[in-house]
Ligand binder design. Structure first.
Ligand SMILES: C[S@@+](CC[C@H](N)C(=O)[O-])C[C@H]1O[C@@H](n2cnc3c(N)ncnc32)[C@H](O)[C@@H]1O
Length: 229
C-alpha cells in the first residue's frame, strides 16, 4: 500500500480525518521531546509532531512505508522492523505514539511491554487504533466485501485481519504492561468513506459525539505513563 497510501490522506477529508487523530494523540503526549512512532507508515504523524520541535524515530514493518517516510521527514530517523521487538535501548524515549497500527499487531501485549521498556521513567505512550462499534462490526465488513466483489484496491478497503478493540480490552493490555494514569476514550466520528456533504455534517457533530455519544465514535484513544522509579 506504500505507493498509494498518501493519496487517502492528501484529500481534504483525509487531512481532516488524520489531522484529528494526530491532534488527539498529541494532546496526550509531551511536546518537543524524543518520540518513537510505532507503525509510522509514511511519516504523517512524525511530520506533525516535529513541526513543534523535538526529535523522532519512526519504525514500520514495511520497507516501502519507511522509504516514503524518509522522503517526507529527512531530519528524522526511520527503521524497518516489527513493533513487537524493538531495536532500542531501555529508557531511550520520552514518548511513544502509534496511530492506526496497533490493530494489525498479532502480539499487542509484546508491543506494549517493549514500549514500556524503551520509555524513560515518567515517559508517556498514546495509541489511536480501531475500536469495536456498530460501524466497525457491521458496516466495515460490508464495505470490504463490496470492495472485494468489485475488485477495488484502495487504502481502507480490504481485510487485513485487523482487530477492533473495546475499551476494556485495551485498558487491560495497558494495565498488564505496567502503565499508570491510563486513560481510554473513543474518538473519530467523521468517517473517510462518507461522501463530502455527509462527511462535513459528521465532522461538525464530532466533538458532541465524542463527548456525549462515545459509542458512535469508532476509534479508540488510549494513553498511559511509565511510573517514575
Ligand atoms: C494504517 S497504517 C498507519 C500508518 C501511520 N501510523 C499513519 O497514521 O498514517 C498501519 C501501519 O502499520 C504498519 N504495521 C503493521 N504491522 C506492523 C508491525 N508488526 N510492526 C510495525 N509496523 C506495522 C503497516 O506497515 C502500516 O504502515
Amino acid at each position: 500500500m506504500a505507493g498509494i497510501y498518501d493519496r487517502r490522506y492528501d484529500s481534504p477529508r483525509g487531512k481532516a480525518y488524520h489531522g484529528h487523530i494526530s491532534w488527539r494523540v498529541m494532546e496526550r503526549l509531551p511536546r518537543g521531546v524524543s518520540l518513537l512512532d510505532l507503525g509510522c507508515g509514511t511519516g504523517l504523524f512524525i511530520q506533525r509532531y516535529t513541526a513543534e520541535g523535538g526529535t523522532a524515530v519512526g519504525l514500520d514493518i514495511s520497507g516501502g512505508m519507511v522509504e516514503m517516510a524518509r522522503r517526507r521527514c529527512p531530519a528524522s530517523d526511520f527503521v524497518v522492523g516489527t513493533a513487537e521487538v524493538l531495536p532500542f535501548r531501555e529508557g531511550q524515549f520520552d514518548a511513544v505514539a502509534s496511530l492506526l497500527a496497533f490493530s494489525y499487531l498479532s502480539r499487542p501485549d509484546r508491543m506494549l511491554r517493549e514500549t514500556y521498556r524503551v520509555l524513560r521513567p515518567g515517559g508517556s505512550v498514546a495509541i489511536c487504533t480501531l475500536g469495536s462499534s456498530l460501524l466497525t462490526l457491521v458496516l466495515v465488513p460490508a464495505v470490504y466485501r463490496l470492495g472485494e466483489l468489485l475488485g477495488v484496491r484502495r487504502v481502507g478497503v480490504g481485510d487485513f485481519n485487523e482487530h477492533y478493540y473495546s475499551e476494556e480490552e485495551i485498558l487491560e493490555l495497558f494495565d498488564r504492561a505496567g502503565f499508570e494514569a491510563i486513560q481510554v476514550q473513543r474518538c473519530s466520528f467523521a468517517n473517510i468513506h462518507l461522501a463530502d456533504p455527509l462527511f462535513r455534517i459528521f465532522k461538525a457533530a464530532e466533538p458532541f459525539v465524542e463527548e456525549n455519544l462515545p459509542a458512535l465514535a469508532y476509534n479508540i484513544l488510549a494513553s498511559g505513563k511509565k511510573p517514575l522509579e
